[in-house]
Design a protein around this ligand. Structure first.
Ligand SMILES: [Zn+2]
Length: 323
C-alpha cells in the first residue's frame, strides 16, 4: 500500500471553499492552495476551478509533475464510489458528474473519491487523533452532523456508498423539522442552524448581551466562533444551549457505540472544535451514563487533531492506499 517517494494531492471540496494540499508519502502537507467554491457557477466551471487550484498547489510545492502519484477527493454528498461519479452534492448543487474520469485524464494519475466526513475521519485514523485505533467513529457537528465510520481499519460505506448519515437518525418523529425533510433528526436539535436559532431567540429576549453585540439575531452570523466568544464573555444562556446540543451529540455517540463498539470516538467540525471543552465534557457525560457500560468503558473520546487539513490529508491517504 502506497509508494516510498512522491506526492499526492488531497482535495477537500466544501460548499463555500475548496482546498488542495500537496502531501508527501509521510502525509506531511508540503503546499496548499485554496479558492472559493462558487456553487452558482455550475459543475463544469467548478471543476475548472478545481483543476486550477490543484495546478496552483503543485506550482507552490515546486515538484516535478512525474512525482505526482495520485489524487484523493473528499466530497460533500452522495457518490458512486466504484463508478467514480458524483451523484449529487446538495450544498454545491452538482449532479451526475464523472469526476474520476475527468481528473484522471487531466493529470494522468489514479483518482479516488470518498465522502468528505469519511475522508476526514480516515485522515484522523492514519495521521491524527485516531492513530493506533482500528475501530473509529468520527462525529463532525457543524452546519450538518456528519459521521465517518472505520471498522477494522477500513472505511465503511454500506450498499449505497452512503453510510454515516448519522445526523439524520430520528430521535423524535414529532420533533422539529430537519433540512432533510424528516422530523426530529439529531441535526434538527444539535446542528448549527438549530443552535443558532435558539441563540437568536435568547438575544431577542434580552438574555444574551454579549451575543447581541457580536452577531445580534442574525442566524447567518451566529456561527461556531461567535458562540464560543459569547460564552467566553459571560452569556450563560448561550452556554446552556451549546451544552444541551453537545450532550445530544454524546447521546448520538452512545447509539453508535452500542451498534458498532468502537475503541475511539473522534469529535471534529466547527461547533466542536470552537467549543472543545464543552463538547468533550458533555459528550463524555452522556457516554458515561447512556452507554452499555462495558462498551462505553472501552471507548476513548478524542478531539480531531488535523483541523482544516483532516479531509485533504485523508484524501491523500486514500489515494496512497489505492496505489
Ligand atoms: Zn434530518
Amino acid at each position: 500500500m502506497g509508494k516510498d517517494k512522491g506526492y499526492y494531492i488531497g482535495f477537500d471540496l466544501g460548499g463555500t471553499k475548496m482546498l488542495a494540499s500537496v502531501v508527501d508519502t509521510d502525509f506531511k502537507v508540503v503546499a496548499k492552495a485554496k479558492r472559493k467554491t462558487k456553487p452558482e457557477s455550475g459543475a463544469d466551471a467548478g471543476m475548472d476551478r478545481m483543476e486550477e487550484v490543484i495546478e496552483e498547489a503543485l506550482k507552490t510545492a515546486k515538484i516535478d509533475r512525474k512525482d505526482l502519484l495520485g489524487i484523493g477527493f473528499g466530497l460533500p454528498g452522495v457518490l458512486d464510489l466504484t463508478g467514480g461519479r458524483i451523484v449529487r452534492l446538495p450544498n454545491v448543487g452538482w449532479t451526475d458528474v464523472p469526476i474520476k474520469a475527468r481528473f484522471e485524464e487531466k493529470f494522468n494519475v489514479p483518482v479516488v473519491i470518498d465522502n468528505d466526513v469519511n475522508t476526514g475521519t480516515y485522515g484522523e485514523y492514519r495521521c491524527g487523533a485516531g492513530k493506533g485505533h482500528r475501530d473509529i467513529i468520527g462525529i463532525f457537528p457543524g452546519t450538518g452532523i456528519g459521521g465517518g465510520i472505520i471498522i477494522n481499519g477500513k472505511r465503511h460505506h454500506g450498499i449505497t456508498d452512503g453510510a454515516g448519515e448519522i445526523g439524520h437518525i430520528v430521535c423524535d418523529p414529532s420533533g422539529p423539522q430537519c433540512g432533510c425533510g424528516l422530523r426530529g433528526c439529531y441535526e434538527a436539535y444539535a446542528g448549527r442552524v438549530a443552535i443558532s436559532g435558539r441563540a437568536a431567540e435568547a438575544v431577542f429576549r434580552g438574555k444574551a448581551p454579549a451575543m447581541a453585540k457580536i452577531a445580534g439575531t442574525d442566524l447567518s452570523k451566529i456561527k461556531s466562533k461567535a458562540l464560543a466568544q459569547s460564552i467566553a464573555e459571560g452569556d450563560t444562556v448561550i452556554e446552556e444551549i451549546v451544552r444541551e446540543a453537545a450532550y445530544k451529540i454524546g447521546l448520538l455517540a452512545s447509539i453508535l457505540i452500542a451498534t458498532l463498539s468502537p475503541s475511539m470516538v473522534i469529535l471534529g467540525g466547527g461547533l466542536a472544535e470552537e467549543n472543545r471543552d464543552i463538547y468533550m465534557e458533555e459528550c463524555q457525560r452522556a457516554m458515561d451514563t447512556q452507554c452499555v457500560p462495558e462498551l462505553g468503558r472501552a471507548v476513548t473520546l478524542a478531539m480531531a487533531e488535523l483541523g482544516d487539513y483532516a479531509v485533504s490529508i485523508g484524501g491523500a491517504a486514500i489515494a496512497a492506499d489505492a496505489q
